[in-house]
Design a protein around this ligand. Structure first.
Ligand code: ADP
Ligand code: MG
Length: 256
């Protein structure tokens, strides 16, 4: 598989600092605050994995970054831009999101699922959108499945279509929310291998995962969240081999 684009900073601009910078982020559902003062930054071309117990706010964090749910306070910066003042469609073009459940359109083929956003969001003519879509499907190893509908693909293949769809927009940052949690065990590895390949090729990624081996091997930085806060962050070896807090020790004893 060759993978040449997208790379961070695809638009030719140069900037210093983070590709993604979250600071003091507060998020609430109604009156209930579920993220409190969360800060983290992801350097261009690096991968940050977010780990933590169920309900700790990991999905909410990703939803705040691309504003599927509007933050209550704090800031999110994408390269040099304030994400909270970008138009939502521009933000979602620049920040790709892959969900646990692939959210493909059931009545569209794999090719159409990938081409649709190129047509709708990037306003590319149909033929051009399909040309790029096929290139992206080829990169995720699914060129020969382009005419299949989601129900005729395995869960792992569906997730790879969803990843191809996100990549087709040439995002600067990719967010993954437990991308392998809904897959049968034998299908997990192929998707993780694809994600590891993206990381190796310099995609900037923020990855919520329960796959501790993936986090250990692929992440440049691991962030441990609990009860809506970042409890600890650091290199994989710092987090997994030398946890500082009782909460992280307890979490690791349950998942490792
Ligand atoms: P995680 O992804 O780490 O499991 P979530 O971000 O999904 O955690 O949830 C964080 C907290 O927010 C939990 O207490 C959850 O019950 C609550 N929550 C999540 N989504 C909603 C929602 N749409 N409405 C109200 N509360 C929510
Ligand atoms: Mg979640």
């Amino acid at each position: 598989m060759t993978y040449t684009s997208p790379v961070p900073v695809t638009d030719g601009r140069f900037y210093e600092g983070s590709a993604l910078e979250i600071s003091g982020l507060v998020m609430a559902y109604g009156d209930v605050e579920v993220l409190r003062d969360v800060s983290l930054s992801v350097a261009p071309g690096t991968t940050t994995c977010v780990i933590g117990p169920s309900g700790s706010g990991k999905s909410t964090l990703l939803r705040g970054v691309n504003r599927l749910h509007e933050p209550k306070a704090g800031s999110v910066r994408i390269a040099d831009d304030d994400a909270l003042s970008l138009r939502p469609d521009e933000l979602r073009r620049r920040v790709g999101l892959v969900f646990q459940h692939f959210n493909l359109f059931p009545d569209h083929t794999a090719l159409q699922n990938v081409a649709l956003a190129l047509h709708d969001v990037k306003r590319l003519p149909k033929r051009e959108a399909e040309r790029i879509a096929l290139a992206r499907l080829t990169e995720v190893g699914l060129a020969e499945r382009e005419g299949h509908r989601p129900r005729d693909l395995s869960g792992g293949q569906q997730q790879r279509v969803a990843i191809a769809r996100a990549l087709a927009m040439e995002p600067e940052v990719m967010l993954f929310d437990e991308a392998t949690s809904a897959l049968d065990p034998e299908l997990v590895k192929g998707v993780l291998t694809l994600m590891a390949g993206l990381a190796r090729r310099g995609m900037t990624m923020l990855v919520v995962t329960h796959e501790m081996n993936f986090a250990r091997k692929v992440a440049d930085q691991v962030v441990f969240m609990d009860e809506g806060r970042v409890v600890e962050s650091g290199t994989p070896s710092r987090i997994f081999d030398d946890p500082q807090s009782e909460r992280l020790r307890l979490f690791l004893s349950e998942v490792l």
